[in-house]
Design a protein around this ligand. Sequence first.
Ligand code: BG6
Length: 492
Amino acid sequence: MSSQIIPVEPFDYVVFGGNGDLAERKLLPALYHRDLDGQLPSEARIIGASRTDLSDDDFRAFARAAIERFVRAADLETQALERFLARLHYRRVDARSDGGWAELAALLDEAGRTRIRAFYLAVGPALFGDLASRISTSGMVTEHTRIVVEKPVGRDLESARALNRTIGEHFSEEQIFRIDHYLGKETVQNLMALRFANALYEPIWNSTHIDHVQITVAESVGLEGRAGYYDKAGALRDMVQNHIVQLMCLVALEPPSAMNADALRDEKLKVLRALKPIGADRVESRTVRGQYRAGASDGAAVKSYLDDLGSGESDTETYVAIKAEIGNWRWAGVPFYLRTGKRLSQRMSEIVVTFRPIPHSIFESSAGNVQQNQLVLRLQPDEGVKQWLMIKDPGPGGMRLRHVPLDMSFAQSFQVRNPDAYERLLMDVIRGNQTLFMRRDEVEAAWEWVDPILKGWEEKGVKPQGYTAGTWGPSAGVALIERDGRTWHEPD
Ligand code: BG6
């Protein structure tokens, strides 16, 4: 088995925030990888744009350093890197003035107006509106244009609506790609394959057979130089409103009629609308907020959130756990336990589906406990899928039961490199495929569920509880699930 590369049509990618953190760590390395794999046509160009005064060569030097730093050594090929760097250009533009826009438009027009143009807004949301309108008023929007909007889309329902409205004034919904990079992760794709390319799971994918679902997105990193943004956002806005809610939708959605953008997004929207609201009356029993204190991470001593922030006071949560419920026939009575946090014990993201216990055990207690079957979808690290089953311990010694994983991860055995989520998504933009991007109504529906939690915390004065960096979060996060007689899945 080998991976297959489907070439894309010639394009120009304009990256606003071209010399920023996201471009450096993710976008430029991802585009380099696509080029290395031979997916980019020879005409394709990548144009960095920002307020900083840089020449094409300065931008190339920036990109070279980014790729040398963020691409693993085995994938650094001199010839491929030089070919990639030759595609790069840079134009200085100012989102809040006319400066540079005519020059950018002229550069794009050199390639004609039928070439695909993608404008990637890798900047803070405060600039989305200005950039969208400048792109449009400087005459750069053609029939073949797409715009990519990074999260967060807004900071609550009202601001998300306003942002969607502004972007919608200049671009049609078919041109807008709201990116959630979790949807591009390999295991998330695999979830769709497991559910809908097998007859096995779908009949048992419901409250009759599933006991509960856990979704964990744990990070060991702290603020990574993003204090300004993060302190205004917090874990609920930064991770739950988008990544975790999206994962929950994919676990819970009804089978779409086809794997196409609207069919899939219609089904996700139904899940979002079925989420039971968590308002002031329930925030204390259904949610936990935490904030890390000094501790250790990856073997080194680390500072508290407040020290990382450099200010003595902040009520921003760096950890959140939620017991969510979906009010529909399929999921009635099946809790979805969600948790995410920074400076947790390790970097680990997974979805765990726990099936109901067997109704009656025929085995003697000497055989050992019959554990509940679990399907574990590991997003990172070591992407893969394991179905945990009970078997008889092999060999003599009577009937002894053992819980073992059926490993369904093949990337390693077939020596296929799992592409970074951004690689897939950046190319989907060029292909015009919106399946893995969020539609306007979806983003707004996710905020409709998150807003009452934010308001509830405020109304009830729910402050984050401290947890030591390098642990699994505050004890209340453990109690949230243990109260129900369940435990968080221990990563193996
Ligand atoms: C981003 C968040 O969307 O996702 C970051 O803003 C977070 O705070 C990051 O660190 C995690 O992404 P990944 O792919 O490393 O799990």
